[in-house]
Design a protein. Structure first.
Length: 93
């Protein structure tokens, strides 16, 4: 996750506009949703807002750290790592 976030921070604005920021926001929302479900089962997860393309890296970082605090087993960690790897590949950074 840190590598992906760093790559986003270093990416030119044109790359962010071509979809990297949208991919990052989608990942951040998924990670945040997973964290909320683990933290408070049975409640509707809140949607992470779109804070703009230049905030996407920070949103991934916050969501991933929140999720890491509530993960219950190695399998959940592996799934989260795979989500990040796939999103980074789709983002092209």
């Amino acid at each position: 996750m840190d590598h992906f976030a760093d790559r986003l921070r270093a990416a030119p604005q044109s790359r962010l506009q071509r979809g990297a920021a949208a991919e990052a926001l989608q990942l951040a929302r998924e990670l945040a949703c997973r964290a909320q479900v683990l933290e408070d089962p049975g409640t509707e997860p809140r949607l992470m807002p779109d804070a703009g393309m230049f905030a996407a890296a920070d949103q991934i970082t916050v969501a991933a750290h929140d999720l890491a605090l509530v993960l219950k087993d190695e399998g959940q960690l592996e799934q989260a790592v795979e989500l990040v790897a796939q999103a980074q590949q789709r983002a092209g950074v």
